[in-house]
Design a protein around this ligand. Structure first.
Ligand SMILES: *Cc1c(COP(=O)(O)O)cnc(C)c1O
Length: 395
C-alpha cells in the first residue's frame, strides 16, 4: 500500500493504527501507544467507547439520513441538551468546526446588515485558529497558513490576544464592528489560557458596543477544560458559541449555538447543510453528550491538576522548560525553543503527543484516562522531553 493517490496536504508520521480501546491505539502488530492527542481533542471519551459505539451501530441499522427537509427528533433533543449545558437558546448543526464558525460569521454579518452596517467587520485575535475554509482561514491568525490563498475574505480586523483594551480601542477607529470571535483557550495557538477577567470584560465590552460575543469552543468544548464548555468556568454566556471536535467523539458533527439577540438572525433559507444534524450524527452525539455530562466531566479538573502537578514535578530541573499550563485536560508544556523532534521521541516510547506553535508540547488525552494511565502519560512525556534536552545539550 502507498499513498500515491492522496493529495500531500499532511506531513504524516510513519504510523498507522488498526484498533483503539480507551486511551490506547494499536497497530497491526499489536503494538500499543498511549494516546495523548485523542485525534486532536476529538475522542474525549477514548476510542470505541461502548455507549457511543452502541448508539452509532443501532442508529446505523435504523435510519442514517433523511435531510433537513423533514423534522429530525434526535436533532431537536441534541439541540436541547447542548443549549441547556451552554445556557444558550437555539442550535444549528453542521459537520465540522470550520463549518460551525462559518455559521457564526454569517450570523454576525446578517446581524450587522440588519442594523444598517454595510461592511460588517468581525474582531479576531492574534494566533487564533478557526479553520481552513476561506472565511475561517482569514479569521485564523497564522500568516503561513494563509499564504498563497489570497485574496482573503474581507470583513475581519485583528487584535492582540488577551487584551480587552486593545479591542476597545478598535471601536474608536472602526464604526462597522459587529462581533468578536475568540477561543476561550487557544489550542493550536499554543495552549494559551487568558487571564480570568478576559472573558467577563470582553462580555461587558460587547454589551456596551452592541457587538456579538462569539466563542469558538470547537476544541475547548465537550468537557476538555473540565466543564462542558470552557465559558462555564467564568459564567460568561456568549451570543454565539461554536463547537465540533469532541461532540461526536469521531463522528463528524459541529454545532453553532445562539442566544439573545443572535437567536432570530437566521430565518428559513439563510443557511443550511445537507448532512448537518442527520439522525446518525445526532444520535451518536447525544450518547457522547450524556456520557460526558453524567459520567466523565466531574473528574476532569482533578485529573488535569494531577497531570500539571506531575509534569511540573518531573520536569522541574529542566531549564529549557519555560511553562506548564492548561485548563482541565488541555495542557501545554512550553519550551524555550522549537521542539518538533519530541513527537518522534515520544512515539518511540509508546506515546502520542502533538507539538503546536513550534515549541509547545500539547497534551490532549482522552478525558476517561485512569489514574494509572495518567502516571504513564506523565512518565513517558517527561522522558521524551528529557531525551530532547539531552540531544540539545549534545548538539
Ligand atoms: C480544530 C479547530 C477548528 C476547525 O475545526 P475542523 O473540524 O477541522 O474544521 C476551529 N476552531 C478551533 C478552535 C479548532 O481547534
Amino acid at each position: 500500500m502507498n499513498d500515491n493517490y492522496l493529495m500531500p496536504t499532511y506531513a504524516r508520521q510513519p504510523l498507522s493504527f488498526t484498533r483503539g480501546e480507551g486511551v490506547w491505539l494499536y497497530d497491526s502488530d499489536g503494538r500499543a501507544w498511549l494516546d495523548g492527542v485523542s485525534g486532536i481533542a476529538v475522542c474525549n471519551l477514548g476510542h470505541c467507547h461502548p455507549a457511543v459505539s452502541r448508539a452509532l451501530a443501532r442508529q446505523a441499522e435504523t435510519l442514517v439520513h433523511t435531510s433537513n427537509l423533514y423534522r429530525i427528533d434526535a436533532q431537536a433533543r441534541l439541540a436541547e441538551a447542548l443549549c441547556e449545558l451552554a445556557g444558550m437558546d437555539k442550535a444549528f448543526f453542521c459537520n465540522s468546526g470550520a463549518e460551525a464558525n462559518e455559521a457564526a460569521i454569517k450570523i454576525a454579518r446578517l446581524y450587522g446588515h440588519r442594523r444598517g452596517i454595510d461592511v460588517p467587520t468581525i474582531v479576531v485575535l492574534e494566533s487564533a485558529f478557526h479553520g481552513r475554509t476561506m472565511a475561517t482561514l482569514t479569521a485564523t491568525g497564522n500568516v503561513k497558513a494563509q499564504q498563497g490563498f489570497e485574496p482573503l475574505v474581507a470583513g475581519f480586523v485583528r487584535a492582540p490576544w488577551n487584551d480587552v483594551e486593545a479591542i476597545r480601542a478598535l471601536a474608536a477607529t472602526h464604526n462597522n464592528i459587529v462581533a468578536v470571535l475568540v477561543e476561550p483557550v487557544q489550542g493550536e495557538g499554543g495552549v494559551r489560557v487568558p487571564s480570568a477577567d478576559f472573558l467577563p470584560q470582553l462580555r461587558a465590552l460587547c454589551d456596551e458596543q452592541d457587538w456579538l460575543l462569539m466563542l469558538d469552543e470547537v476544541q475547548t468544548g465537550n468537557g476538555r477544560t473540565g466543564r462542558y464548555f470552557a465559558c462555564n468556568h467564568s459564567g460568561v454566556t456568549p451570543d454565539v458559541l461554536t463547537t465540533a471536535k469532541g461532540l461526536g467523539n469521531g463522528f463528524p458533527i459541529g454545532a453553532c449555538l445562539a442566544a439573545g439577540k443572535a437567536v432570530d438572525v437566521f430565518g428559513p433559507g439563510n443557511h443550511g447543510s445537507t448532512y448537518g444534524g442527520n439522525p446518525l450524527g445526532c444520535t451518536t452525539a447525544l450518547a457522547v453528550v450524556e456520557t460526558l455530562r453524567d459520567e466523565v466531566i466531574p473528574g476532569v479538573t482533578r485529573k488535569g491538576e494531577a497531570l500539571v502537578a506531575g509534569l511540573r514535578d518531573a520536569l522541574k530541573d529542566l531549564p529549557l522548560v519555560r511553562e506548564i499550563r492548561g485548563q482541565g485536560l488541555i495542557v501545554g508544556i512550553e519550551l524555550d525553543r522549537d521542539c518538533g523532534e519530541i513527537v518522534a521521541l515520544a512515539r518511540d516510547n509508546g506515546l502520542l503527543v502533538n507539538v503546536t506553535a513550534g515549541r509547545v508540547v500539547r497534551l490532549l488525552p482522552p478525558l476517561i484516562i485512569s489514574e494509572a494511565e495518567l502516571a504513564t502519560l506523565i512518565e513517558r512525556t517527561s522522558a521524551a522531553i528529557k531525551a530532547f534536552a539531552r540531544q540539545q545539550e549534545a548538539a
